[in-house]
Design a protein around this ligand. Structure first.
Ligand code: PMP
Ligand code: G9A
Length: 424
């Protein structure tokens, strides 16, 4: 329904859609609901004592300066500590390549603001993080989906998609990737595909956004280097965040880019929020330089690994055989595929009646696919809630399957692939 002022909205505002994750967060705040919806860290994983210790130190030793406005680029100590940490992972940057942002979400918005004109094309995975695609769409860009499989985006499909677009006079500008423990699928892209992604980006002059909020949350297998470590011509913008490894409430993240491009992002940020929360940046800098992050990572990896296997075991036990799901090596999500006749958006109402929530998969697709999929977060709930929530979800799914079977009774005879009746 058009509102009183809708005729005054900008074109961009007309494109803006509410984030399904953010909206669900309101619904799932009800105490009785067991939520596997939001990608929330477990509160047990917040280093309250270390933060208290650092705060006391900062306020006693550094005084009021840490409460002042800061530069738009970010607190130098933090930028330096991040550059050092990223170089430890194989990058070749200095702190002038680092911009501190108010969450990676802001970086996604700033990148869109800086690079995208209305009707520009962005290549995205099907599925992919809706916070990214919503940011791009809010600047009028058009999403073109490339199918993801159990190794992430398929480079052959990507190249095919680019060729098709070019035949129609469209040259995509941006390629949005989440190579490590993808949101929503939990899938990780192997090295050979990462290499191909960079080759394709060079060949077709694309900028890659390598969005990596979960890269440090590996619970099995061996680490794979970020694509950014192979970037020789500065066409990758790498995004990291403290949201999953310290606390999302700080809203502190980092964006690594080639200096000229970074300068544009900085100018874009000047009109957005002037600077990121300074106090939080000083806390994050201490957290890094004191080495607390590595201790803490070990702790939360143990916690999350336990929860992931707990949820997988509960799913093995309770889910009916018609349901399939991923077995990630890290991150925060399990991706579930139900029989095609189940629409998880419609089923959500029934799930909520059972007081259990998930994010329906279609919201991660820009091509109308994924209606029978859903994303489960395994980090937030307690182990007891995981057991109970998976039981409730299993029951909801079984009810859907039973209702479907009632509507379409099983065939009385068997047919072959061509539909010919067998055994007669
Ligand atoms: N990118 C991805 C892939 C995410 O999953 C998230 C948060 N769930 C973000 C970006 C935003 O993170 P934040 O703004 O908290 O750093
Ligand atoms: O609360 C948010 O919006 C961040 C989490 C994102 C997600 O659930 O993917």
């Amino acid at each position: 329904m058009a509102s009183k002022f809708s005729h005054l909205y900008s074109k961009n505002a007309r494109e803006m859609k509410a984030s399904e994750i953010r909206e669900l967060l309101k619904l799932t705040e009800r105490k009785e609901v067991i939520s596997f919806a939001g990608g929330l860290p477990n509160p047990e994983a917040f280093p309250v004592d270390k933060v208290r210790e650092i705060c006391n130190y900062l306020l006693d030793e550094k005084g009021p300066n840490i409460l002042q406005y800061g530069t738009t680029e970010g607190v130098t100590e933090l930028r330096k500590a991040i550059a050092e940490r990223m170089n430890g992972k194989g990058m070749h940057i200095d702190y002038h390549n680092v911009l501190i942002t108010s969450g990676s979400q802001q970086a996604l918005d700033l990148i869109a603001k800086t690079l995208l004109d209305p009707d520009d094309t962005v290549l995205v995975g099907a599925p992919t993080y809706l916070g990214g695609t919503n940011a791009f769409k809010s600047y009028g860009a058009i999403m073109e989906s490339v199918p993801e499989d159990d190794m992430g985006m398929n480079p052959d499909h990507l190249e095919e998609k680019i060729r098709q677009l070019q035949m129609h006079g469209r040259n995509p500008k941006l390629l949005y990737l989440i190579p490590a423990f993808q949101n929503p699928s939990g899938v990780t892209m192997p090295m050979d595909r990462r290499v191909r992604m960079l080759e394709i980006a060079k060949k077709y002059d694309l900028i890659i956004i390598e969005d990596a909020p979960y890269s440090e949350l590996r619970y099995a297998g061996t680490a794979i280097k970020p694509i950014k470590t192979m970037d020789t011509d500065g066409r990758i913008i790498y995004l990291g965040t403290f949201s999953k490894v310290l606390a999302p409430g700080f809203r502190i993240a980092w964006c690594i880019a080639e200096k000229e491009l970074l300068n544009k992002l900085i100018i874009g940020k000047q009109t957005t929020d002037l600077c990121t929360n300074t106090f939080g940046q000083f806390i994050a800098a201490e957290y890094l330089t004191r080495g607390y992050i590595d201790e803490h990572l070990e702790k939360i990896k143990t916690l999350y690994k336990g929860k992931m296997f707990h949820m997988l075991a509960a799913m093995d036990k309770h889910f009916p055989p018609e349901v399939k799901w991923t077995r990630p090596e890290g991150g925060m999500f399990i991706w579930v595929t139900l029989p095609e006749y189940i629409d998880t958006k419609e089923m959500f109402v029934r799930a909520l009646e059972h007081n259990v929530a998930y994010v329906h998969g279609a919201s991660f697709f820009c091509n109308k696919n994924g209606r029978n999929t859903m994303r489960l977060n395994f980090t937030y709930a307690t182990d007891e809630q995981i057991d109970e929530g998976i039981k409730r979800l299993a029951q909801t799914i079984k009810d859907e399957i039973a209702a479907h079977k009632k509507q379409t009774p099983g065939k009385a005879f068997k047919t072959n692939e061509e539909g010919m009746v067998l055994g007669v």
